[in-house]
Each structure stands twice: as C-alpha cells, then as structure tokens.
Design a protein around this ligand. Structure first.
Ligand SMILES: [Zn+2]
Ligand SMILES: [Zn+2]
Length: 411
C-alpha cells in the first residue's frame, strides 16, 4: 500500500514559495494520477478541488483523454499562455499518440485564464469552443467574485464540449434552492436515478412537501440524533423478478414508496422532507460527498410537530464508486493504467490507483491481466469513444504535447 505524496508536496511548495519572486513551474508537482487539479493560489475551496479531481478522473477513465486544472496566484510577469504551455509540455498532459490533453490554467491574482489545448485537440473549432467556454462560462463568474464557480464551470464545460464526457449534467435549479450564485456540482452516474427525479425537483408536488419557512429555524434538530435507515431495496433481484413490462410498474412503485407522505412514528403528525441543500446540514462530510457524486442519495424527513428526524439512505444501482476503507463512505474510485499490455504471447500488468473523493485515502497497486486469446472473428478494439479518436483503454498516461493554442481571457 502506498499513499501518493500529494499533501507533503503541497506543504513543501507553500514553504518554498513564501519568499519567491518568480513562479518556477519546475516546483509545481504534477498531481496525476490520484488528482487532476493543483491549487497553488490557495484560493479555491477544497470542495471545488475535490469536484475537479472527480471530473478529471471521469474524463480519464471514461474517455481516455486528460483534463488538468492548475490555479496559481501570479505568473510574475511571464505570459500566462506561455507559462501554461510550458507546464503542459513539462507534465506531458494527454496521451503520447493522441495529444489529447487539456490544461485549464488560471492565474487568479493576474485575473487571467487560459485553455492550453493538446496538439490533437487544437483545431480551429476546438479553439473557438474553448474561447466560448471562457467568455460564457468563466469570465462572468470571475467578474462577480466567484472563482470557484468559474473554474468548475469552465472545467465541466471543457470535459463535455472538448473531451466528449457525456454525462456531466448541471443541477436543475429550483427556486427555493438558489441560495448562492455558486454552481453546485452534481455528477449523476446512475441512469435509473435520472428516471426517478426527486419530488423536490418536481414543481407539481414540491409545494406540498417543502416547508414554508426555512427548515433550520422551524425544526431545530441536531444531526447526530437522526439514525440512518436504509429503505428496503430489492435491487437487481427485484428488477429481474419484475420482468419485462413489470419493470416500469416496479420503478413507479419504488418511486411512490420513496415519495409517499409520511407520519411521525413518535407523534403521528405529518413529516416534511427537506430540500436538496437544506438536508446537507443533517449529513456528515462523507454523506454530502456521496450525494454530490450520486453514489448514495439521502432524504431527510422532519416531523412538523416534534423534533423527530429520519434519515433515509438510497444507494444508487449503478455507480462506479465503492466503499472507502478509511471513511466508510461510498466515495472510492479506481483508475486503471495499463503498464504492460496483454498480448497473445504473454499476460499484462495494470496499475490501479484508488482515490477517495471524501477523504485523503489513496492506494496504488498493480495486478496482472490474462493473456489474450485469439478471437474467432475480428476483435472489437479501437472503438472510438471521444470525438477525435480517443479510446476507452487510454493506455499509459503522459507524452502529450501542446503548441499552446486555446481560448483565454482576462477579467
Ligand atoms: Zn413527531
Ligand atoms: Zn474515504
């Protein structure tokens, strides 16, 4: 078991740069593969960095491309684009054959943002798209003092529009939930849950269940008092058992079970369910992260008469996250890198990098892959996932090159 030395590295950088006059990119530690963001400015929230790491991991594992975000305070007079390009080529972001990396480089103190595109993704249309992302998704947020929202929105738009990551969707904004201008990341990895929108997001029924006054003042309760209950889940067994046309009915029934009105067990008075953001204060850190990445959803029901609070847990049926051995949340992701490709003559070796998005758990190990057997018909490798020749397998990281093209702007 080996833990990536990310945190000691960051600490060292802070010490080294206390009295530094110029930004030396040689001292910026490549966060990959356990992380995909580096905040040298110290101005971005941990939640933002976690979301960026999560996004980068998804880009890497789902498309084979690479998206890295670096924030610094200042380049100390050097052109941000040139410095970003040097950093890109030093870290060799993207695959060596496809040059499909993207670096989002932000100098917060210089008020400047640059997309540095790999040579395989820097056609005019890519440059135009990255410029659009800067102009539409990033600069307005920077200008209203929301660097976290700007960087996150830019990275997510880049993942979707430049690197072809399909399922990054924005949180539908419900009027009562708009408490800040900051965009809340919500990455849904679960197709079933898309079919089952929460009642809170459904305007037709939301008014019936939403507390009229803000929940914290109306129902003052302490989070630890609410035990977590798991609703009966039939999972695959139920899905299979329901069979053919029964699946839809089963899903509707399951949805009704979750959304049905409830009465308090203690005093028999009606309960109300808290909204997506209001319920966060009843969840611990791991549970908030689980909700954000979509591996588990929680419903918090509060009694309208007494202080009873019930926390219900709904695990996603389809999620790429596993339970973290350290913090016990369903927040551990695994990223595989082929070290030795399996051939028809010998087996291969794969490095597995595990990282928890809720705590600092990191683990790396290698495992063997079986020797390939010759297919009777043509094999299926080489199916393109991304828009420009990216493959799911990805292969060894690094080797990507950039000539420094890409959109950029100042605020
Ligand atoms: Zn009650
Ligand atoms: Zn963890």
């Amino acid at each position: 078991m080996r833990f990536a030395p990310v945190f000691p590295g960051l600490f060292l950088l802070l010490v080294v740069f206390t009295d530094a006059n110029a930004l030396d990119i040689a001292s910026l530690g490549d966060p990959r593969p356990s992380r995909w963001s580096l905040d040298h400015s110290g101005q971005l929230d941990q939640a933002t960095l976690n979301a960026l790491d999560e996004l980068g991991q998804r880009v890497r594992s789902d498309t084979g491309h690479e998206l890295v975000v670096v924030a610094v305070t200042s380049t100390d007079g050097e052109s941000q684009r040139k410095l970003g390009m040097r950093l890109f080529n030093r870290w060799e972001i993207g695959n060596r054959a496809r040059h499909d990396g993207v670096l989002l480089f932000v100098a917060l103190g210089d008020r400047r943002v640059e997309f540095i595109l790999g040579d395989g993704v820097d056609e005019n249309r890519h440059v135009a798209i990255s410029q659009e992302i800067v102009d539409q998704d990033m600069l307005p947020r920077f200008r209203r003092g929301d660097p976290n929202g700007a960087v996150l929105a830019g990275a997510r738009a880049a993942a979707r529009r430049l690197l072809g990551l399909p399922d990054v969707i924005a949180t539908p904004q419900v009027a009562a939930d708009v408490v800040s201008v900051r965009e809340q990341p919500r990455i849904v990895a679960d197709p079933v849950k898309v079919e089952e929108p929460l009642v809170e997001r459904d305007p037709a029924t939301a008014t019936a269940l939403r507390p009229a006054v803000s929940p914290p003042t109306t129902y003052p309760v302490s989070a630890p008092s609410a035990p977590t209950q798991s609703e009966p889940g039939w999972g695959w067994f139920g899905l299979a058992g329901a069979g053919g046309g029964g699946v839809v009915g089963f899903l509707m029934w399951r949805r009704w079970l979750r959304n049905r009105p409830r009465n308090c067990e203690r005093c028999q008075q009606p309960m109300v369910r808290l909204g997506e953001h209001a319920d966060d204060q009843h969840l611990d850190h791991g549970q908030v992260v689980e909700e954000r990445i979509g591996s588990v959803d929680y419903d918090i029901w509060c009694c309208t008469a007494c202080s009873n609070v019930v926390k219900l847990r709904y695990g996603a049926w389809f999620t790429r996250y596993a339970r973290c051995p350290r913090c016990r949340a369903v927040t551990k992701s695994s990223n595989e890198t082929t070290l030795i490709a399996a051939t028809y003559d010998h087996g291969g070796q794969v490095r597995v990098d595990e990282a928890c998005v809720a705590c600092d758990y990191r683990n790396t190990y290698t495992r063997s892959t079986p020797q390939k057997t010759r297919p009777s018909t043509g094999n299926r490798s080489g199916i393109s996932i991304g828009g420009f020749g990216g493959g799911r397998s990805g292969g060894r990281s690094g080797g990507g090159r950039s000539s420094g093209r890409g959109g950029g702007g100042g605020w």
